[in-house]
Design a protein around this ligand. Structure first.
Ligand code: NCD
Length: 312
């Protein structure tokens, strides 16, 4: 095992990594995927803390699987109720204490910016595993790795983002990361009420002069797409249930719509899926969302190694 000199570094947004650093991370993930044995003991003696104040299946378990695959161990909590947050402890106090127990921490929190506050008080790397409707950088790393492994490039792509573009943090993070590659065009497919927030439009699209269009009907644009990124309507971020009920089945990707798409388009979804992709689509070779979830483990292994400065 090699230990490289690294200064304390956190991951709050996918833009924290330059495109060169991202390229190295993707290469490392590909090497891990191809040579899993080689990495089986690199994190021996190291501990990952997963501090999840909000529900999760994939993100938490894929982080834990990643650390276990690297020979390390994991500890943590999976809901605010089972941590001292229920007693009123602040995230800054919690992370001071976690810094004494673990070498690296993945944190998910319903409040935007909570992992950033934690990172400012931490002695160990903190990874934002999703903060409210804001960012979800490790989902973006998963998305980029999936796109790169399946399409062989991150440039010259038309990417359709469909569903809840307002509250969907995976969409905000993915757009921020993708806009830095040449010739990326976004097709934003959402109902009027769930369009991207204005800070995303200004800071990502306008600032980078990225070509984009906003449409409501998926059927009208699906034929143009290299990638269709479906998202769930984020029920937990709605102010009232009635609005959610009105919006929840706005998009349902089914076989008929898939017939309008290119033969080499891929369908991504960060999951969990509710109704927005009909199960009949799962057998279509273009539906790669379960493979995407699997790839999320390798890229998280690469991230853990990079933040800890470790190599086999
Ligand atoms: C996403 C999330 O938590 O933002 N899930 C995930 O981490 N894979 C998407 C979602 O919850 O809809």
């Amino acid at each position: 095992m090699q230990m490289m000199q690294t200064k304390l570094r956190h991951l709050m947004s996918p833009m924290d990594f330059s495109t060169d650093e991202l390229a190295k991370l993707l290469e490392l993930a590909a090497d891990i995927e191809a040579n899993q044995e080689k990495y089986a003991h690199v994190c021996q003696g190291k501990k990952l803390a997963t501090c999840f104040y909000e529900p999760s299946t994939r993100t938490r378990l894929s982080f834990e699987a990643a650390m276990l695959n690297l020979g390390g161990s994991v500890l943590g909590f999976s809901s605010a109720d089972s941590s001292s947050a229920a007693k009123g402890e602040s995230v800054s106090d919690t992370i001071r204490v976690i810094s004494c127990y673990a070498d690296i921490c993945a944190m998910r929190h319903p409040k935007e910016g909570a992992p950033l506050v934690a990172s400012e008080h931490s002695r160990i790397p903190v990874i934002n595993a999703g903060d409210g409707g804001h960012q979800h950088p490790t989902q973006t790393l998963t998305d980029l790795y999936t796109i790169y492994s399946l399409l062989g490039r991150l440039d010259n792509l038309t990417i359709g983002l469909c569903g809840d573009l307002k509250f969907g943090r995976t969409v905000h993070s993915l757009m921020g990361a993708m806009v830095r590659y040449p010739n990326i065009r976004f097709v934003l497919i959402s109902p009027e009420e769930l369009r991207i927030p204005s800070y995303v439009r200004d800071n990502i699209l306008v600032k980078n002069q990225a070509p984009y269009e906003e449409v409501e009907r998926l059927e009208d644009v699906i034929h143009q797409l290299d990638i269709l990124y479906m998202t769930r309507v984020q029920r937990e971020r709605f102010f009232n249930e009635e609005d959610y009920v009105r919006m929840k089945d706005f998009y349902i990707l089914n076989k008929e719509k898939m017939e309008l798409a290119r033969k080499d388009m891929i369908v991504l979804h960060p999951l969990p899926r509710v109704n927005e992709i009909s199960v009949e689509v799962d057998d279509d070779p273009r539906a790669v969302y379960f493979l995407q979830a699997q790839k999320g483990v390798y890229i998280r292994e690469a991230l853990i190694l990079t933040l800890l400065g470790l190599r086999p």
